[in-house]
Design a protein around this ligand. Sequence first.
Ligand SMILES: [Zn+2]
Length: 290
Amino acid sequence: MALFRSKKYFKVGLDEKRREEDVLWLKCKACGQLVFKKRVEQNRNICPKCGEYFFLTARERIKLLVDAGSFEDISRPISAKDPLRFVGAKPYTQSLKEAQEETGLLNEIIVGSATIEDAPVILAVMDFRFIGGSMGSVMGEQICHGIRTAARLRRPFILVSATGGARMQEGILSLMQMAKTASARWLLEEARVPFLSVMTYPTTAGVEASIASLGDVAIAERGALIGFAGPRVIKETINQELPADFQTDRFALKHGIVDQVVRREGLREEIARILRFFVSSRNSGGRNGR
Ligand SMILES: [Zn+2]
């Protein structure tokens, strides 16, 4: 998938052999200017020269969204197995090991509890650096763990997606996570707990076609790519020209896939506003957070 080779939202200008912490300057892909890394980080990973969004890791995304010091990692201590002994361009076990070393993460998703402007939430955040943020058995289980915890504690559940879809290295087991997460979502319904789905660049394929599209409120971060198959495959299948804005945030909004498009600068405040709405409707005897 071309998406996996795209460097658009990665920190560019990195010599792969150098450690990321040693890099002081980043080159913006949009405006081509060199920008001081610290300044970019202080600016929510937005280019201070042109406003382009740099790619966010899961930890950076969490830091951006939650109240300082409130985050507690509650991810289950599990990691992917290789039941199919899959070998693609390289063995799956090797891809996993490299992804773990590169990201410092055990998995492609972090589940945690935190507060956002003092509202307690459970959130699950994907990391695209880890094998394209693809959903295998572990991500499916971590999302369900987050959902179960949110339902039990009656806290809103927030899913932040950055994913290329199902993890082909796990074959049918990865596709089964679509059904597993989609059915777990019902627990939130039963507990009358709101579910906010935040789609970032990119939210595609098996994740977009399951849990990411099942939020009570669906938000696209400005610049998000949202879709199922790639445009070339669709174009060849239906044999028609596609609109210029196909699979963009604006297209998703126009066609009702998301409820709103929010700039990264205002994302935390917008989520807090939505959370307050659910809390006040619950307190005023509304449909208990629905
Ligand atoms: Zn720029």
